[in-house]
Design a protein around this ligand. Sequence first.
Ligand code: GLY
Length: 339
Amino acid sequence: MDRRRFLQGATIASGVALTVKGFAKGEPPTASGGTVPRVCSTWDFGVAANQAAWKVLAGGGRALDAVEQGARVPEADLRNHSVGRAGYPDRDGKVTLDASIMDEHGNCGAVAAMEHIAHPISVARRVMERTPHVLLVGDGATQFAIEQGFPREELLTPDSDKAWHEWLKTARYKPSANSEVRTYNAGPGGTPGDASNHDTIGMLAIDARGNLSGACTTSGMAWKIHGRVGDSPIIGAGLYVDNEIGGATSTGVGEEVIRNVGSFLVVELMRQGRSPEDACREAVERILRRKPDAKDLQVGFLAMDKKGNVGAWAIQSGFSYAVCDAKKQDTLIPGKSTY
Ligand code: GLY
């Protein structure tokens, strides 16, 4: 098998190399070590998420606040059928959401298969900060969110309801790769029969103090079996942050990421000296070595190291990610763009 056909990767220049001299008025401070605040996130909808996160970082704010604020943008976007409020439902017509968040101290929180709450990333943060637990699921997660003051809402939008009824005509379910560049404004990118619209937003940020945090949020696979949970709310699978080393997050078919504890693996590979891109590539190759058939699926990893360097790798072309710092805002296609 010619893996190069499937594996695409890219990296961006060192955060140190971009260390700021002469930031214009209003631009963010840097720590004495010269850390450049930066945020990155999966897919093209990461651009808008990054802009919200950047407002926090540019004001000298904490990476944790940046990734929460950023992740809330696609969660609220009615055009986005793979994250948050307008996420496509499961096969029973229920919208169930997954999210996780992790800070610079190794604290983490997550919710899984949660219904009726539009911002799972903020509930995940409350789990982290206001309970002794890491993960709340299903009705318990919804109950906790309501106790915390989150509004209970009907999340199935007319568009999602229509797509679900279209899918019900065949009820064919086969997870498949999103191997085309996402056509975000035109819709979810896949036809309502194949779940190829399946994306996630994973975000990683480093703030002016040099602290890292990450967030990951999704509605999971469209038309999934009720109760199915993917990688996004599983710490170590969909998200992992070690403030000494870096952070990683994933998108794509979560089952393959969980089997390989993907984001933890990427961070551990960076600990061994691999670059973010190289670590993501090895994690993808590990998935393919263990299960060659996964070449027909999509999994993408995105990583940021302690210096703010960013890299990504995916099984198939079509994965994109967005990077934002004081100098530039870009959407990158792994293997085709450098920063
Ligand atoms: N990567 C998100 C999921 O599999 O649900």
